[in-house]
Structures are given as structure tokens and as C-alpha cells.
Design a protein around this ligand. Sequence first.
Ligand code: NAP
Length: 257
Amino acid sequence: MILEGKNVLIMGIRNKWSIAWGAALSAYKAGAKNIIFTYNSESSGEKSKQLLEEIPNATLYQCDVSNDEAIKETFNKIKEKFGRIDCILHSIAHANTEDLRNDFIKTSREGFLHACEISAYSFVAVARIADEIDLLSDDASLVALSYYGAEKVLNGYNVMGIAKAALESSVRYLASELGNKNIRVNAVSAGPIKTLSAKGIKDFNTILDVVEKRAPLKRNVTKEEVGDVVTFLFSDMSRCITGQVIYADNGYEIMGI
Ligand code: NAP
């Protein structure tokens, strides 16, 4: 039970297909003491409420990460009820639909800033506010979810690739600073998974087909498998790992052509 006694905060639950849900199931199986979720929209809140029955020690809070005050308010409520938090998963991203449909060169200023704000900056805000209000335990582990599009061009991933590159770099800077407090910060770069967010990406089914054919393990990953990697990074088993981007992609990232 590698998460026994740990308070785990999972930010970005939408429905049963969410990677956040895979991570929650893994954390639950690994013995987490409390699993605390945050959702954004009302519809995600409704869908997630139904899921909660599957995890007895789970709680749900609303939190829009585009607003620092909202993050602070939610974190204060969580601290009041659960005390300090040992693990945070940031499982949040958003880009305007047109910026995933049009050519990248047509990305608007507003669309560029929006994707980077929600998908990258919000992780910095989460880490900063959690640190400021002393929400994090002495050996806390923070994890964000990234994708291969941070480093290679994938048709249709567009501005989200830029946001993920900013996220991965933020992971390194945060790890460097928070390491003084024994807090670890890492990212998991997950292989493609059919979620509601992924449906917004043009030709997503083609990406799934190519990965299945070319990945060394000849299959796509599941949200539960990605969740297990997150659990490893949350646990003391990974206590000497920080500032890394760990690929959970059945090896696809090592392939040339
Ligand atoms: P998902 O279930 O749709 O989760 C995305 C979450 O982001 C939703 O819960 C959404 O909430 C939340 N979100 C968007 N704007 C927000 C805001 N302003 N404040 C708070 N939350 C907000 O899709 P997913 O695929 O599991 O995505 C989770 C993470 O995994 C993302 O970072 C994604 O980029 C990453 N990832 C996904 C894949 C993949 O192939 N699926 C691969 C690698 C990495 P609302 O819907 O309620 O707004």
C-alpha cells in the first residue's frame, strides 16, 4: 500500500473517461487515506458526483484554475477539512476549439494566452498558492500531465503543444525551487487516450492507430496505467525523482520512424 496514510488531491475530474479518474482509482487501490477531487464546470460536477460512490473516502470541490482567488478559497477549505496534502495531480488543459481545427499559424493572441494560462500557468499558480497557505506536507509530490506534442509536431495539437512545452519547463523550475523544502515536482507524458478533451483534437483516431502500430509494446495506454505511474510518482518509492518528464506511452517516444 504505497500511498497508505496520504492525502491525495486530484484536480481536473470530468467523467469516467478522465485520466484524473484513472489516477484516483490507482491512488485508492494504493491505500490513499483521502482522495479529494476538484472539478470545473457544473456538468463535470454532476458526472463526478455519481463516480464518487466507487471510492468511499472521496470528496469533491469546485475550482476554476483561471482564478487565483478561487484556487485559494478551495485550498483553504481543503486544508480546514483534511489538514496538509501529500500529493497533487494537475490533470487540466483547455484550448479554444478553433485553435485545434485551424492551422497553427492562425492561432489568435487570445487563444494562445488562454491555452497557456489554463494548461500551463495554472500549475504554477496551484504550486504557489498551496505553498503560500502551507497546504503541502513536508515531503509532498506534485504531478502534472503532459503530452508528446510538447516536443514534436502533431498535426492538430497546435497551441496545446506550446502550452505543454511551457508546462514541462515549469515543472523543472518549480522542482528546482521547491526542492529546498523537499517537495518534488514531475510530469507524466501520457500516450493518447480517448477522453472528452482528446475528442477536440483533429485526427485523434489516426494518432491512436499510429501509436498502436509503432509503439514498442504495440498498444495504446489506458487511464489506469497512466494513473499507476502517477501513483508511483506520488509515493516514497520515487523519492529521488524530481523535475522529470516520465513517459507513460508504451515506449512510443523512443521511436524514430
Ligand atoms: P478531461 O477528462 O476532459 O480533463 C480535462 C479537465 O480539465 C476537465 O476536467 C476540465 O474541466 C478541466 N478544465 C478545463 N478548464 C479548466 C479550468 N478553467 N479550471 C479547472 N479545470 C479546468 O481530459 P483528459 O484527457 O483526462 O485530460 C487531463 C490531462 O491529461 C490534461 O492536462 C491533458 O492535456 C492531459 N493529457 C491527455 C492525453 C489524452 O490523450 N487524453 C494525453 C496526454 C496528456 P471542465 O470540463 O469541467 O471544464
